[in-house]
Design a protein around this ligand. Structure first.
Ligand SMILES: *Cc1c(COP(=O)(O)O)cnc(C)c1O
Length: 383
């Protein structure tokens, strides 16, 4: 697809950037359908686009792997929310793959956090290392250790903040101050642009699993990369069409619909996260309670972690996070099997909660009841 598609498309740029985040979340990328005026543009479920004459394209579209108006609308919206140029992908992992393959080649060195999404570690350690990608893992909360891990020839520093699953918060400007010649990419899945906009802090790339908070309803798998400058954005878009890891138009529509309520959902998630973490701090047997101060992600350790995860009613036992409904999981046995035995391994008594937007009091009552049931069983077993 030619790069001139944005020209003449209303709403692709302009003063919408001056609006506040909540306003942009509702309107970004959405212009009424030009044919019939439907307030929500049509879902362009098509593989190809008719050319009025040979090589003449309507709005720059030729073939739907290269571009699709439904996808462009979502990309415009994400670009407006993160402050860069977005490309969307079939999954968060496809987005991560695009960043790593667009920026690195055989023999290049990257720095990874030692506490990160298991799939990111697996992609680097089991796939890209076969093509010669080298990596160093480091605790990025230890700035001296970070400075020691970044070499003059390091191509990329990968940041995840808050981290999955340990919810460590990394100081992005401090990482940038130690990057030497490297690019800095931030996985912003847990924070979302409602809480953190890494490109505005000077990061080069932002990655999302849109499956999580951005989609927000546990009904779609998707990913996104947002680049600060046009040249990097072109390299990412080249990977998107060369590899073909693109989302279908209906999936783009679902993520875009989710984005419109992102600001209010993130406020509700944070209220739930606060209430649940406050209750957990005095709950019997719970230790190491963590909540980053925003979002609905809460973690804690408990000797009966598995029994608790199997005893809740509203917190559903499932992988993933960021949907309107609350989820509970045991990372060591579920989402983080891929990091077992590595520096990023997670303890077995560690519980991760994704607090949804239900009434916070109901979520607390659900945990209270589960703790009571498990406590009674443990007491009976001892007697
Ligand atoms: C889920 C997740 C991913 C991977 O995204 P998928 O959409 O599952 O491919 C990457 N990073 C983080 C932090 C995640 O939580």
């Amino acid at each position: 697809m030619s790069d001139d598609r944005a020209e003449g498309v209303p709403g692709a740029a302009g003063d919408e950037h001056a609006d506040r985040f909540e306003t942009r979340a509702v309107h970004a990328g959405l212009d009424p359908d030009p044919s019939y005026g439907s307030i929500i543009p049509a879902i362009h479920q098509t593989s190809t686009f008719v050319q009025p004459s040979v090589g003449e394209l309507v709005a720059g579209y030729d073939y739907a792997r290269a571009g699709n108006p439904t996808r462009s609308a979502l990309e415009d919206a994400l670009g407006a929310l993160e402050g860069g140029e977005a490309a969307v992908f079939a999954s968060g992992m496809a987005a991560t793959h695009a960043v790593l393959t667009a920026t690195c080649g055989a023999g290049d060195h990257i720095v990874l956090p030692n506490d990160l999404y298991g799939g990111t570690f697996r992609l680097v350690d089991k796939v890209l290392s076969r093509w010669g990608l080298q990596y160093t893992m480091v605790d990025q909360t230890d700035l001296q250790a970070l400075a020691g891990a970044v070499r003059d020839d390091t191509r990329l520093v990968w940041v995840e903040t808050p981290t999955n699953p340990l919810l460590n918060v990394i100081d992005i400007p401090e990482v940038i101050a130690r990057k030497r010649n490297a690019l800095v990419a931030v996985d912003n899945t847990f924070a979302t642009p409602a809480n953190q906009q890494p490109l505005r802090d000077g990061a080069d790339l932002v990655v999302h699993s849109t499956t999580k908070y951005l989609g927000g309803h546990s009904d779609v798998i998707g990913g996104a990369v947002v680049a600060r400058d046009a040249e990097l954005a072109d390299q990412i878009r080249f990977m998107q069409r060369a590899v073909g890891s693109v989302p279908g138009p209906f999936d783009c529509f679902l993520v875009h619909r989710g984005l419109r309520t992102l600001a209010v959902r993130m406020r509700a998630h944070a209220e739930s996260g606060r209430a649940v973490s406050e209750w957990l701090r005095d709950a019997p047997g719970a230790t190491d309670v963590l909540w980053p101060g925003f979002s609905g992600m809460v973690s804690f350790r408990h000797p009966d972690a598995v029994a608790i995860a199997e005893s809740t009613r509203l917190f559903t036992l499932a992988e993933s996070l960021g949907g309107v409904e609350s989820l509970i999981e045991i990372p060591q046995a579920m989402t983080h099997q891929t990091v077992e035995g590595s520096d990023a391994a997670v303890p077995a008594d560690f519980v991760r909660l994704s607090c949804g937007i239900e009434a916070p009091e109901d979520l607390v009552a659900d945990l209270e009841a589960a703790f009571a049931r498990v406590g009674k069983r443990a007491g009976a077993a001892r007697a």
